[in-house]
Design a protein around this ligand. Structure first.
Ligand SMILES: [Zn+2]
Length: 295
């Protein structure tokens, strides 16, 4: 699980990405950070009210880079390529110095009773601290083996970044504009229109479960005998199952305690499941899943 402080900073990073113009929760939205004064409205806890237009430019540049980095991670780009992307991000915007926080009695050997070394430090204008904080958060997520929690919303017409803090790593939709429900309703209507779902099947309502796994729709009559194989509804169920399995295996593969023998076994299963999903009608789900069976 993500530490609460790290999760909070990653949420801020996602929020920054989501201020850019683009498809958000089903409709196109313009830039929410067009002026420096918008900064303190979007990030009220960050003391950004004195930020200059120069600082805003810097934050815009960070936003562009963060958006690209986040997308690559969420797409499941191979770790070696993600490493390059992260290093470029750190080099461009990251903390370049250590600073000692706390009272003067902090020692160079480490933390004293109340002082400690901090990467990036707490000096400088609020905008600079904000930038360093977000970049460092992504780097820390990498170190903690939690990059898999950085996702892009699976909703129709939504490019929102999100941080998955669920226990079972299953969040696929952002919390904006009912993305989960909207996407399920659309899929349901499509099936209805093509006669694949009986008219008596209830339309999907928003349930917590629907926020988590996109294809586990209440519209899919999984219990009917015909739901298996040929019917797209059954395929959706199957794809959801495979998706959950892939996520689980990916988490297992990141376990440093896993023996080499088990790792091989799990990696094999992982590859097999990805292949299976690739050959299915829901192959596009692969874009949301971890790609490589290595850490
Ligand atoms: Zn969304």
């Amino acid at each position: 699980m993500l530490a609460p402080d790290l999760a909070a900073r990653l949420h801020d990073a996602a929020r920054l990405i989501n201020t850019a113009s683009g498809p958000r929760g089903g409709q196109y939205r313009g830039d929410q950070l067009a002026t420096a004064s918008a900064l303190s409205r979007e990030f009220p806890d960050r003391q950004l009210s004195a930020a200059t237009s120069g600082a805003l430019d810097q934050i815009h540049r960070l936003r562009t880079d963060l958006t690209q980095t986040w997308a690559r991670i969420a797409e499941g780009t191979a770790p070696a390529a993600v490493q390059d992307t992260l290093n470029a991000l750190l080099q461009e915007h990251g903390p370049v110095q250590l600073s000692l926080q706390g009272p003067d009695d902090a020692t160079h050997q480490g933390a004293s009773a109340s002082g400690q070394w901090v990467l990036g430090g707490s000096d400088g204008p609020a905008a600079e601290r904000f930038i360093r904080d977000l970049v460092l958060a992504v780097a820390e997520a990498a170190v903690a083996g939690e990059l898999g929690r950085l996702r892009v919303c699976a909703g129709t017409d939504c490019a929102n970044a999100l941080v998955d803090v669920t226990r079972n790593s299953s969040k696929q939709f952002c919390d904006e504009a009912n993305c989960a429900n909207r996407t399920h309703v659309r899929a349901y209507r499509k099936r209805r229109a093509s006669g694949q779902t009986p008219a008596s099947t209830p339309a999907p309502d928003r349930t917590p479960e629907m926020d988590q796994a996109p294809a586990t729709s209440t519209a899919a009559p999984a219990s009917t005998p015909s739901a298996k194989s040929a019917k797209p509804t059954g395929q959706d169920e199957e794809a959801a199952k495979i998706t959950r399995k892939i996520r689980k295996l990916s988490t297992r593969l990141q376990d440093p305690e896993l023996s080499t023998k088990d790792r091989k076994k799990v990696a094999k299963k992982f590859k097999k499941l990805r292949k299976k999903l690739k050959g299915s009608a829901n192959a596009e789900l692969l874009n949301r899943l971890p790609a490589a069976a290595v850490k």
